[in-house]
Design a protein around this ligand. Structure first.
Ligand code: EPZ
Length: 419
């Protein structure tokens, strides 16, 4: 099993190029199922999750070609409509094929995604929405069996804001008969990117980016070309790493980014004492003093993203002062806390809030990644800690970060992958 070895305490200086967004690319890859024409995607990140989604689609008969940062897909001759457990269990986002398969073929058999480290992660709202559109859905032997002669537009209210739930229902509604309104929709930029790709494919969508999305169903969709939006969580992770360097210093220019999708994160980083200037596609961040402690509360977009919570706890571990970090989206997203304590952090968990007492330093040791963003948090902690930090189970990291050690090495970090 591969590990990362990090020697902490080195300034971060230079340029970082952001890759395409994992959480936009995954639903957009699934959207290829909605047409028999080619879907040509650029700025596709090189991530294990992308590979898993392409494999899942290939198992159904979707043809795809992959180059460094592009992918073209064609679902003109599917051989089966099944998303099998052995792939779905490795990536919950596989559920995103359910809506498109049902909308175009009237049938789908998708393994129930199990829970994961950060929570139960049910898909009841995906199912309720599709049933509202006329699907008959049964769950048997761990599989979702869905059938519908033709989906019908419906007014759907999602009682919890769900990103992939919104995306699944949005894709299904594109080929349904009549009008669908999705109320209490997710407003995440990745949902907007999916909607913009679907509109290029001929879909009739309004209100994406707000909490009410209206879709007029059309008879069919056609091919399109689309460039995946920049990854705002990768961007936020690098920003948090620079701010965490404190007096060691950081001065980094982040390119090919989308600063406007990070307002809540940039506001908190400025409060920590980082100097940040941004243009449309670039962010310049510098830091030369110990960060101020930052309290925050995660919530759906445009509020502070849950996918940046762990990275900010790493920053707070060495900040001046005490902070309260409240996680409102997932019920078990503090797995990184115990690993940070091994590095010398002082953190108390009270319900869904972590109380972080900033320390003068962290001390490198061996730690274990438990989920994708927890592993990013441990990388930041390793960059800051004195001495050497070894991070185990970094397959979690590889799911969502494109060449992270190369990008960090290029700005001065001492980090390498070891077996
Ligand atoms: C997406 O997951 C992201 N993944 C997650 O990113 C992100 O943390 C999450 O949205 C929240 O922003 C992708 O986009 C592939 P949800 P998703 O449905 O859609 C409850 C990462 O690190 N819920 O918005 O699975 C659910 O339990 C990953 O890149 C239901 O109750 O999250 C949770 O408490 C981690 N019933 C809340 O809603 C449902 O049917 C939000 O979950 C669906 C969700």
């Amino acid at each position: 099993m591969q590990k990362l070895k990090i020697h902490g305490g080195h300034p971060l200086k230079g340029d970082v190029r952001i890759s395409g967004a994992k959480n936009a690319a995954l639903p957009i890859l699934a959207a290829s199922l909605l047409t028999a024409d080619p879907l040509v995607l650029t700025n596709v990140p090189q991530l294990n999750d992308i590979g898993t989604m392409l494999k899942l689609l290939a198992e159904m008969g979707v043809k795809s070609e992959r180059t460094t940062d592009a992918a073209s897909l064609r679902a003109d001759n599917l051989t089966n409509l099944v998303a099998s457990y052995d792939l779905v269990k490795t990536m919950r986002a596989s559920i995103l094929v359910l809506g498109p398969l049902l909308a175009r073929f009237g049938e789908a058999r998708v393994s129930l995604p199990g829970g994961c480290a950060i929570g139960a992660r049910p898909v009841d709202l995906h199912i309720k929405g599709l049933e509202a559109m006329g699907a008959t859905i049964t769950i048997e032997a761990g599989y979702i069996q869905a059938n519908a002669k033709k989906l019908k537009g419906a007014r759907i209210y999602m009682e919890t804001v769900t990103v992939t739930g919104t995306e699944n229902l949005l894709m299904a509604a594109c080929l349904a008969e009549g009008t669908t309104t999705l109320e209490n929709s997710a407003c995440e930029p990745e949902v907007v990117d999916l909607a913009e790709c679907l509109i290029k494919m001929g879909a009739n969508i309004r209100g994406h980016g707000t909490d009410v999305i209206t879709v007029e169903g059309v008879a069919s969709l056609h091919g399109a070309s689309h460039s995946i939006m920049p990854d705002r969580i990768e961007t936020g992770t690098f920003l948090a790493a620079v701010a965490a360097m404190g007096t060691v210093g950081g001065d980094v220019r982040i390119t090919h980014a989308q600063p406007r999708s990070l307002d809540a994160v940039i506001e908190k980083l400025r409060a920590s004492g980082a100097a940040i200037a941004s243009t449309e596609h670039e962010i310049h961040i510098s830091m030369n003093k110990r960060p101020n402690a930052i309290s925050l509360r995660t919530a759906p977009y445009p509020a502070f993203p849950t996918d940046m919570q762990a990275q900010f706890i790493a920053l707070d571990c060495i900040a001046s002062g005490t902070s309260a970090v409240t996680e409102t989206i997932f019920e078990n997203r503090f797995m990184h806390v115990q690993e940070l304590v091994r590095l010398g952090a002082k953190i108390d968990i009270e319900g869904n809030t972590a109380i972080v007492h900033g320390m003068n330093k962290l001390t490198g040791t061996s730690v274990m990644a438990t989920d994708l963003r927890a592993s990013a948090c441990l990388v930041i902690a390793g960059l800051v800690a004195e001495g050497e930090t070894i991070i185990d189970r970094i397959y979690h990291l590889d799911r969502g970060y494109d060449h992270i050690e190369q990008k960090l090495t290029a700005i001065g970090a001492k980090i390498e992958r070891i077996n």
